[in-house]
Design a protein around this ligand. Structure first.
Ligand SMILES: Nc1ncnc2c1ncn2[C@@H]1O[C@H](COP(=O)(O)OP(=O)(O)O)[C@@H](O)[C@H]1O
Ligand SMILES: [Mg+2]
Length: 276
């Protein structure tokens, strides 16, 4: 397992305690996807993992960005194992988990399964690889309360396979039309691929709530009109300079800026996703 990181020393901020009830059904697997890159998927995946960890929910974050994985970089950890070792058949998926901030159930930490950083060796990963990873994540679900798959940008078959393998699909967009178009394309393709539940939308880096809400309304209207489904609003996250400050410091925002607007907005997203 990795050496303790600076994140392991951080004091937990006072986030709203929301004691989980004993789970009867298997834990939901949530895919965080987007179509367009750079919209904040990895930041949101890490932030949700921290929030759920601090709520006492055992959480596993799987960095499914097989080409340019970077959740480990945002967290400043150097995992000894990653998805590359799993796909090569060297280790099982559960052996690739690295505890972050003490791991689940301790000081509000969680487990991370890292993608393959740096080399881009898995950039040509196939949909079958994604299917194997999804099966492995599903097998691990009895051991967790929440499982998050941070999916790479794009709409290729690998991305679609991850999205279809999840119980909840969260599509992240910004206010920019290219991000909205790519979010729509991803929703359309996953619908054609037979996803059951309507997806959730997060509008990230919104200038304000009103503008973020307009983006959701536009996207939801297009999906309703052309695809016959209405995505649900998971939340609006406002643009906040403390996000990039946290990423530069390689610390989760819940540690670096516990009072920030972006964390407050992300808490609402976690609540919305907890609600169903
Ligand atoms: N709410 C936000 N406010 C300000 N900047 C943000 C916000 N969310 C994300 N960012 C910026 O967007 C960049 C890309 O985020 P990242 O999580 O790596 O995106 P993705 O995983 O979708 O490629 C980050 O480096 C960060 O600076
Ligand atoms: Mg990413």
């Amino acid at each position: 397992m990795s050496k303790p990181s600076p994140t392991g020393q951080a004091k937990a901020p006072a986030l709203a305690a929301d004691a989980p009830r004993p789970r009867i059904l298997p834990a939901p697997i949530t895919a965080i996807a987007s179509g367009k890159g750079g919209v904040g998927k990895t930041w949101l995946s890490i932030t949700l993992s921290c929030i759920w960890g601090r709520q006492g929910r055992k959480t596993l974050l799987v960095d499914c960005d097989l080409g340019l994985a970077n959740a480990d970089v945002q967290l400043n950890v150097r995992p000894q194992a990653d998805l590359n070792s799993v796909l090569k058949g060297w280790i099982d998926l559960d052996a690739a988990a690295t505890p972050i901030m003490g791991g689940p159930g301790r000081e509000g930490g969680f487990d991370l399964i890292a993608g393959h950083s740096g080399s881009g060796a898995l950039a040509a990963a196939r949909a079958e690889d994604a299917a194997r990873i999804v099966e492995g994540v599903r097998r691990m679900s009895p051991h967790y309360d929440r499982l998050i798959m941070d999916v790479s940008a794009g709409v290729d078959p690998t991305v679609q396979r991850f999205c279809r393998g999840a119980d909840k699909l969260v599509v992240v967009t910004t206010e920019e039309p290219p991000a909205m178009m790519d979010a729509y394309a991803l929703i359309k393709l996953t619908k054609l691929g037979g996803t059951h539940e309507p997806p959730w939308i997060v509008v990230n880096m919104a200038e304000n709530r009103v503008r973020g809400r307009k983006v959701y309304d536009q996207l939801a209207a297009a999906c309703e009109q052309h695809l016959g489904l209405r995505p649900k609003l998971a939340g609006i996250i406002q643009r906040d300079p403390r996000v990039s400050d946290s990423i530069r410091a390689q610390l989760p925002i819940a540690v670096r800026h516990p009072q920030s607007q972006a964390l407050e907005d992300a808490l609402r997203v976690a609540e919305a996703l907890n609600g169903e």
